[in-house]
Design a protein around this ligand. Sequence first.
Ligand SMILES: [Zn+2]
Length: 242
Amino acid sequence: MCKKAGLLVGWDTVARRALVTRADCGSWGCPECAVRMREQWVLRAQIGVRQYIGAGEHVDFITITSHEKLPDFASTERVWSKAWPVLYAALKRRSSKFQFFIVPEKHKDGRMHVHALWTADVTQKWLKDNARKRGLGYQAKRKPVEDAGRAVGYVGKYIGKSIGDDAPPRFRRVRVSQGWPKIPVPVTNTAALKWEYCGTNGALAAIYQMAQAKHYAMIDLETGEYFDDIDLGTIVHEAWAG
Ligand SMILES: [Zn+2]
């Protein structure tokens, strides 16, 4: 619930009311959203590692560096984008149930390092050789993860860390394999509502009209009071505009 995005309106047909809350812009550049997203990713890392270790699987904390000849973040990121699918395929051949949680980091020398929690059981030597073959750095590290708490310590400090201005637009700050466990969705009494996003004053006007026509009260979900009018004209965040 940050100040950059619009509103979410939940239509409650049972109690005949519309619940209004702020949407999230979901941008790492937004201080409120960055804190929330970081917490969620840290939790998701933890849930995954706990599940894998609990099931007797092996989890490693991995660091892969970039090629020493590449000068900056943009070039190291480009090489990584090409190298990773090939490296992934090789890892998948060795561990068919391979799952990963990857956090790219902007290292203090400005280039990209990649940190990961993963379930592939490959040696440090294998990793070094194979990363190098794909144009990555000759330094790669592998460290067995003993418990979920430690896993959080390893990756937590890189999640949400600034990556500067030369990162590509829409750069993904965390990349997870499809099978990495998700955070269980809590069952709440708002989960059954029909939600819609409202990003402009025009859309809000239509919602007022709809609520009036249905004789629904509009309630601010944060305060529990009647919803106060709000100007959405100029604060729609770019992430929602496209
Ligand atoms: Zn935000």
